[in-house]
Structures are given as C-alpha cells and as structure tokens.
Design a protein around this ligand. Structure first.
Ligand SMILES: [Zn+2]
Length: 313
C-alpha cells in the first residue's frame, strides 16, 4: 500500500546486519520458543498457512508485513523484519515478483533457507497494466501478475502447493498438515464452484478496478478488467489519465467500477459520478485483521460474490 513511515532500509544496506545476525541464529532448527517458526510474507499467505497448520501447537506462524498493509509491492523492510526472515525455519511467499525484497535477502551462500513459493506451477497472467516499478526491476519475474490469491480457484491451488511442500519439509506433522490442507482446499474449491455457477451468463462483463488485483478472478469467472485506475500501486492518475479513463468508460460501455479497501482510490467516486458508472467495493483479501478467523477468506469472498452479481448480472 502506501509507503510505510517506519525506518526504511535498502536491501543493500542490510547485508552487514544479516552477517551479524547469522551468528546468532544459524544452526537452530526451531526458534527461541522451541517451535517451528514459519514466516508468511503477507496477509493472504498467512491466512492460508494458519488454516494448514491449524491445531499443530509446535508450529508458529507469523506475518512479515502488518496484516493491514496490503500487497508488498512497495514494502521496505525495517531491520526487525530482516531479523524475522533470518530467524524463520520456513518462509512462505506468493512469488511472481510480489516480494521483490526476498531474493536479495536469501541469496544462496548468505543463509540457506527453506522457501515455499505458493504460486509455483500456476498458469500466470502477464502483467498488462503495470509500469515496471523501481523495486521490481531485478527480480526477473515482474512481468507476471502476482495476484493469484484474489481468485478462489487460484487460492485453492496455492493451498495445495503450500500443503504439499510443508508436509514434505515437516514429516513429523505431515499427517495433520495434509488433513488440514485438504479440508481447506475443498472449502475453497466449493467457494470457487459457487463463483463459477453464480457468474454464468453475465449481462455486461466489462469492469474497471483500482489496481491489477482482480485479473485472475476475472479470468477464472468470466469478467474482463478493461483498465485500472492506478498504474502504479498507491498512485492516483494524472488529469490526462482520468480523461482517458472517462472516455473508455463511455465508449466501451463499462458495467462497474470496483474500489478496494486496501487501495482506496479517492478518484473512483469522481470518475463514477462523471461517467454515471456505479462504484462498488471489492475486497481481494490482500489485507485483513491481525488475528483473522480461519474462514475469513470465504466470508469476504462470499460478500464479493454478492457484489459481483449485483454489478454484472
Ligand atoms: Zn497488488
């Protein structure tokens, strides 16, 4: 989301700190609490892992970004975040360039880390709207849209990926991990079927969103993201971009504009008013409360489905 106000440290400047930390943490299979320490990079990943590790008291799952932050696109690590990464036994990330800070932190030779990439093996969409952000240049994966989690179908696949890798890395807990993971995946697949069934035969399937977060949802359930308001996350459009958007909305008969709680666009309302376009709120679950109930994703997505039906049917 927006730039964080805490101490911002560049990845390059962190290497000295990492060297000093490695002496403290290396060689310990579990963290200071004696539990297996899993760090999930941001909220949706955390929520998935919490479900998969539910009821296993020897596993502790923590979040790297604050729960309410949103996508890590422009997140800068503070020294305490770096410490968290280096004390973790397992790190679980989205991948596809969503966490541009991780590759540098975890280069081979610094400290071997067990990383699970939830997006492994999925059919990724090319990022068609995003201008290449300054933080994304050297990840090599910035050309893909990393927002899989905002589609229940892809969320179920991510859960399957995490479950399989985690069961392999933690054989002592594999049985419970698989049981939890399979149950959760089945719940997400059921949610996905509800989306597919409810969004058949849409009256008008063309929408505008704030950032590129709903492309997988659109692909999986049959609506098209014609354009986005913020070409770079957190940045409102220029007057010229506003004019182009308004023109597109009129000429291409867009059905609705979706604002997002994590990237609340101030101009969405203005644009909607000017073009007589209904504006709705759609929550991609990029963020949430610090201690979410295990069915948080399903609850929010069910609300989203009601909104989509109202806007597009
Ligand atoms: Zn995002």
């Amino acid at each position: 989301m927006k730039k964080r106000c805490s101490i911002i440290t560049t990845v390059a400047a962190l290497s000295a700190l990492l060297l000093s930390l490695s002496g403290i943490t290396s060689g310990s299979p579990a963290g200071p609490s004696g539990k297996v320490q899993i760090v999930a990079t941001f909220f949706p990943i955390y929520l998935f892992v919490e479900n998969i590790a539910s009821g296993i008291s020897d596993i502790e799952v923590t979040l790297l970004l604050p729960a309410g932050y949103g996508c890590p696109h422009d997140f800068s690590l503070a020294p305490e975040d770096v410490k968290k990464v280096h004390q973790a036994d397992i790190i679980i990330q989205d991948g596809l360039g969503m966490e541009p800070f991780l590759p540098d932190l975890l280069k081979p030779g610094r400290r071997e880390k067990r990383i699970i990439t939830a997006s492994d093996g999925v059919e990724a969409i090319m990022a068609k709207f995003r201008e290449t952000g300054e933080h994304l240049h050297d990840t090599g994966t910035f050309q893909y849209n990393p927002h899989l989690f905002a589609s229940p179908r892809e969320a179920a696949r991510m859960v399957a990926n995490i479950t399989a890798s985690l069961a392999e890395m933690l054989p002592a807990y594999a049985e419970k991990i698989k049981e939890n993971g399979d149950n959760y995946r089945a719940r997400l697949e059921k949610l996905s079927r509800e989306f597919a069934d409810s969004l058949k035969n849409l009256k008008n399937n063309r929408v505008i969103t704030v950032h590129e977060v709903f492309e997988y949802m659109g692909r999986d359930y049959g609506f098209e993201i014609l354009d986005i308001i913020e070409k770079e996350a957190g940045q409102e459009p220029s007057a010229r971009e506003m004019m182009n958007l308004a023109q597109r909305i009129r000429s291409e008969k867009v059905a609705a504009l979706f604002n997002e709680p994590q990237y609340l666009s101030k101009v969405a309302g203005v644009l909607g008013k000017e073009t007589n376009l209904p504006v709705f709120m759609l929550d991609p679950v990029a963020s949430g409360p610090p201690d979410p109930p295990l069915d948080y994703y399903e609850k929010i997505m069910s609300e989203n489905l009601k909104t989509l039906i109202k806007a597009l049917k």
